[in-house]
Design a protein around this ligand. Structure first.
Ligand SMILES: C[S@@+](CC[C@H](N)C(=O)[O-])C[C@H]1O[C@@H](n2cnc3c(N)ncnc32)[C@H](O)[C@@H]1O
Length: 482
């Protein structure tokens, strides 16, 4: 690594003093695990703080030694400070990266991860170099960000390219393996490409497995892309959560995942298909199904949500409409044998209470909930044409004595009794979010595990031997947008 920061003056301060902490710098380098912090604390208790902390002189901010500082102040051990002069926070960050390189024996992927932290700085350097070259001024050699990344890590362009791909698309487990050096960048890249891009994911959005993993990079990228388009963050029902587990899905009111909506439309629908939902909720499913070329009808009890949804789909000229009514009145709005797909993500009993309306099934006791839920789901069967799919996204909820109420098996039972064939059982894995923090205590107190998934239950009405014929070419029929 070259030196890109300027040390103007170094002063050793032999006494303890109060130092400033800036979160942007504190969080810049991956924080120590709880265990590593305990080990460091023990070491300091035994031997004192042997290495001086590095301080940004001009701003009295810690650059290196956040953990040592917090431990020393906690247990009252004195420490030394070395003051460095930096011109900007970018210089500080470059120093921090170089410092990590010098201090630890890093695995190749860790090096790339570290240098990627200063990518905006490298981008700027590359741009400056390009504009110098463009203005006819002499430059030593033309550089781009890839060159700079390779130079700073000592890795080949090919390894950098692969590591960047993994950084964007890999999951936490794969990255942890790379950091530990147990897997090479090349092997991880090949594995990831096979799973996420091996032709399958590209045309099907995600691999068609019984687990859909929303934590994957490609899923999160696609989700952001959809969110920018749709813009629903559950505004009409903020603060409706009466229990906290759903809130982890989006950090507030639960909003349906648009990538899941896109997957369900394309795997089990076809362009031009008429799709309906009797507990429609937010804009997401209607918007996404309309955007890929389907014709959506949703029934939703909350008037303000219906107004918001209709405004959004109308603005983008989509074939989607929301009707403000009780799902029990489905017959008034949807003719028998008129629909090509049924989709719903119903209230998970009273896990999230949507309104105070007496017809709201999330507002009923569990007996009342199951009675109406059963009537509505059963009625969808007659609305669907032959040889078509129905999808229910649902998750378990808790009831009396905090025990699970069997919402998932009961949903399957209701649908099968209505006449559907149970066709696919898919587990949707959610992001961990704050669940990691909350689950430890619940396990200790009640031996309950944190719910990290929802169930996507797929049913079929009709003759399963006709699926191939009925859905021939369906995947290529959609209006795709990258
Ligand atoms: C889980 S949400 C819909 C799914 C959507 N993904 C969401 O999270 O907003 C369930 C929706 O059912 C609505 N709902 C509750 N009881 C209803 C009823 N009897 N008829 C129609 N909609 C109802 C609620 O207002 C809520 O918006």
């Amino acid at each position: 690594m070259g030196v890109y920061y300027s040390i103007k003056r170094i002063i050793h301060v032999k006494k303890t003093k109060t130092l400033g902490v800036l979160d942007e710098l504190k969080n810049f380098i991956t924080p120590l695990s709880k265990e590593d912090r305990e080990n460091l604390k023990e070491n300091i208790l035994k031997h004192g703080c042997r290495e001086p902390l590095v301080l940004w002189k001009e701003r009295n901010l810690i650059v290196d030694g956040h953990n040592r500082y917090s431990i020393c102040t906690e247990i009252g051990v004195p420490f030394e400070v070395v003051e460095y002069s930096f011109d900007s926070i970018d210089d500080v960050k470059e120093f921090m990266v170089a410092n990590q390189f010098a201090r630890r024996n890093l695995h190749p992927y860790e090096k790339v991860e570290l240098v990627l932290k200063i990518k905006p700085i490298l981008d700027r350097m590359a741009k400056e170099n390009q504009s110098l070259a463009g203005s006819g001024k002499k430059v030593k050699k033309r550089v781009n960000t890839l060159h700079l990344l390779a130079e700073k890590t000592g890795l080949s362009h090919d390894s950098i390219h692969k590591a960047c791909y993994i950084n964007k698309n890999g999951d936490d487990d794969l990255k942890a393996l790379l950091r530990s050096g147990k897997v090479t960048i090349s092997a991880a890249y090949t594995r990831l490409k096979k799973v996420s891009e091996g032709g399958l994911a590209k045309s099907l959005i995600a691999p068609p497995f019984s687990i859909l993993d929303t934590r994957q990079g490609y899923w999160q990228d696609r989700k952001r892309w959809w969110k920018d388009k749709i813009g629903d963050s559950g505004e009409t029902r903020e603060n409706t959560l009466i229990k906290s587990s759903l809130s982890s899905i989006v950090g507030g009111a639960s909003v349906f995942d648009p990538v899941l909506a896109e997957i369900l439309c394309t795997w089990f629908g076809k362009k031009g298909f008429k799709v309906f939902d009797c507990f429609a909720g937010d804009t997401v499913f209607g918007y996404v199904s309309g955007k890929v070329g389907m014709d959506f009808t949703g029934i939703e009890l909350r008037e303000e949500q219906v107004a918001l949804n209709n405004e959004r789909v109308k603005k983008d000229g989509l074939k989607a409409r929301y009707i403000n009514d009780d799902a029990l009145n489905m017959d008034k709005h949807i003719k028998n044998n008129s629909m090509d797909m049924f989709f719903t993500c119903p209230p998970y009993a009273d896990l999230e209470k949507y309104s105070d309306l007496k017809e709201d099934i999330s507002n009923m006791d569990h007996d009342g909930f199951f009675e109406v839920y059963k009537k509505c789901l059963t009625n969808t069967y007659s609305k669907l044409k032959e040889n078509r799919f129905a999808v229910v996204v649902v998750a378990e909820a808790r009831g009396p004595h905090d025990s699970l109420i069997s919402l998932v098996p009961k949903t399957v039972d209701i649908m099968v009794r209505a006449g559907y064939k149970f066709w696919n059982e898919i587990i949707l894995v959610n992001c961990v979010g704050t669940l990691a923090m909350r689950s430890g205590g619940v396990m200790k107190k009640k031996r309950k595990v944190g719910r990290l998934h929802q169930n996507v239950l797929v049913f079929y009405k009709g003759d399963t031997s006709l699926i191939k014929k009925e859905f021939e070419g369906a995947l290529d029929s959609f209006d795709w947008e990258e």
